[in-house]
Design a protein around this ligand. Structure first.
Ligand code: FAD
Length: 380
């Protein structure tokens, strides 16, 4: 076992850190306060090969591995979790099903433009009445002629108002609960597709979240992902496995910036005429935070290492998501406890880290769902 990043990975980490500091940091304040995603970043990061990292070179991506994606996501989320959301969906949920299950034609049509940032992708599974239980979705895709007619509503969709295409889950056979689902690619300009409204959230302000409608939206059969009707749920599960590991990296990034911010606050602060760093309560809290961060990082990169070798199970991915997102909650709460009133002020970044962290418990399976998955894989 070897627990260090390789020289090449360290070089990549240094490179992405520099790029994100240069290209993303200057945008954070403006776009967090405007509550919009800086769409220009797609082309900028596309040109730097930092969008769909695992997309092979033949489809316009850099063809890197999961460890590299986690390095990149940790660094990006250290700077801004909201922006991290939009970029994560582009290289994960929106394009992974295409990459792994799409026809050659679909791959050629969508992946190069997504990897280069010319087209923005979204992924739509959740509905007003179905989130955790994917088999409960009501959106249908009923065969008609040479295509399918989609009807239904989707909500909480990241990149929803800004997307050029969306990977949508719908029932091709509503009689077959769970097994009758397929994924389709819908283009923004397809008649019958509309953005109902943009949603305002507690955190991740600079990510774009929307409610979408499919009203007799016709898509040609070539835009179904996979060759046969049914099987979409299995495609979704594989896609979520990767995404749950990415949440480990995102949580580590937000945890690290919280830790760094609070450490420099402690070092520069006196309370009751004494350096804050002398307080045993503070020292204990910092030690706990440092310990959590170490464990989060090890777990995330072990999960990514397993994933790259085809060895990661759903249990591995769920353990990473659950442990890292829940550990992050404790880190941001401790940081807030240390700063007290100052942490609550909007000019202070700790309040943003706390709000952003709270959202991490929900997408790609809530904490409760991760518990259920782990228990199921234990044979319970
Ligand atoms: C910031 C953000 C971005 C998102 N982006 C996307 C996106 O891009 N695309 C997309 O499709 N969706 C997206 N979502 C939606 C997200 O995936 C769902 O919100 C999530 O899966 C939970 O579904 P739900 O909201 O319908 O809650 P529900 O499934 O209704 O669950 C409500 C509560 O009950 C709990 N619960 C549910 N079932 C069980 C059970 N069997 N046992 C115990 N507890 C249970 C849940 O943990 C939760 O606390 C996003 C959500 C957020 C917050």
């Amino acid at each position: 076992m070897f627990y260090e990043l390789s020289d090449e990975q360290k070089e990549f980490q240094k490179k992405v850190r520099e790029i994100y500091e240069r290209e993303v940091s200057p945008l954070v304040e403006e776009y967090e306060s405007k509550e919009t995603f800086p769409v220009q970043l797609f082309r900028i990061l596309g040109a730097e090969h930092l969008l769909c990292l695992r997309c092979p070179k033949e489809y316009g991506g850099p063809g890197l591995d999961k460890i590299s994606e986690c390095i990149s996501m940790e660094e990006l989320n250290r700077i801004c979790a909201g922006i991290g959301s939009g970029i994560m969906v582009q290289g994960g949920l929106a394009t992974d099903p295409l990459l792994h299950y799409g026809s050659e034609d679909l791959k050629q049509k969508y992946l190069p433009s997504a990897a280069q940032g010319e087209k923005i992708g979204a992924f739509a599974l959740t509905e007003p009445d179905a989130g955790s239980d994917a088999s409960g979705i009501r959106t249908t895709a009923i065969r008609q002629g040479n295509g399918y007619r989609l009807n239904g509503m989707k909500t909480f969709i990241t990149n929803g108002t800004i997307c050029d295409f969306v990977t949508v889950a719908a029932y091709t056979n509503p009689e077959r609960r769970g097994t009758g689902i397929n994924l389709f690619v819908v283009n923004r300009e397809d008649p019958g597709f509309s953005v109902i409204k943009k949603l305002e959230k507690l955190g991740n302000y600079s990510s774009d979240t929307a409610e979408l409608a499919f009203d007799d939206c016709y898509v040609p059969k070539e835009r179904m992902i996979g060759e046969r009707e049914g099987g979409g749920l299995g495609q979704l599960e594989e896609t979520l496995k990767s995404g749950r590991l990415t949440y480990g990296a995102r949580s580590t990034g937000v945890g690290q910036v919280t830790f760094d911010t609070i450490l420099s606050y402690i070092k520069g602060t006196q309370r009751h005429g004494q350096p804050l760093a002398r307080s045993q309560a503070i020292r204990f809290m910092m030690a706990e935070m440092a310990m959590s961060l170490e464990a989060m990082r090890y777990m995330t990169y072990r999960g990514a290492w397993l994933f790259d070798r085809g060895l990661a199970t759903m249990k591995d991915a769920s353990i990473v998501k659950l442990f890292c997102t829940e550990s992050l909650q404790r880190i941001v709460q401790k940081a807030m406890a240390i700063q007290k009133n100052i942490g609550l002020m909007m000019e202070n970044p700790i309040q943003r880290f706390l709000r952003d962290a709270r959202l991490f418990k929900i997408p790609e399976g809530t904490s409760e769902i991760q518990h259920l998955v782990i228990a199921r894989e234990l044979g319970l």
